[in-house]
Design a protein around this ligand. Structure first.
Ligand SMILES: [Zn+2]
Length: 128
């Protein structure tokens, strides 16, 4: 599959092609900072099929962690685009940055649900 996407202001664009490695929703406390509080919806795509097609992202990795994730985001509008995990030859794309977020379909799993907040809807609480 091919996914195209970018940030809110359009300064940074990307394309990702290949077979999705995983798609899920993450409830971990760390991701809540980047999502605004909601679970983070992500799709992992192979690194060799990924390229920025416009602009260059800014990067951030915490210096106080042994194996920090690198977060790439638009330096203009601040949209968080993806995460890189040490040892993972793939990009962890944020589904909200897809041109067509419906390409995500449904998550295959919910992870770090121990950090789930009471206000996070689930299939059961949402009545779906
Ligand atoms: Zn932007």
């Amino acid at each position: 599959m091919k996914i195209e996407g970018g940030c809110y202001c359009g300064a940074v664009r990307y394309a990702a092609e290949g077979k999705p490695v995983m798609k899920a929703q993450c409830h971990c406390r760390q991701r809540q900072y980047f999502s605004g509080g909601a679970p983070n919806m992500f799709m992992i795509m192979p690194a060799d099929g990924f390229a920025y097609t416009k602009g260059e992202p800014r990067r951030f990795a915490r210096k106080d962690l042994l194996t920090p994730r690198t977060r790439e985001f638009c330096g203009e509008c601040g949209t968080h685009l993806l995460t890189l995990r040490p040892g993972l030859d793939a990009v962890i794309l944020k589904v909200g940055t897809f041109d067509d977020p419906s390409q995500f379909g449904l998550p295959r799993a919910a992870i770090f649900t121990e950090d789930k907040q009471a206000f996070h809807c689930s299939r059961r609480t949402a009545g779906v």
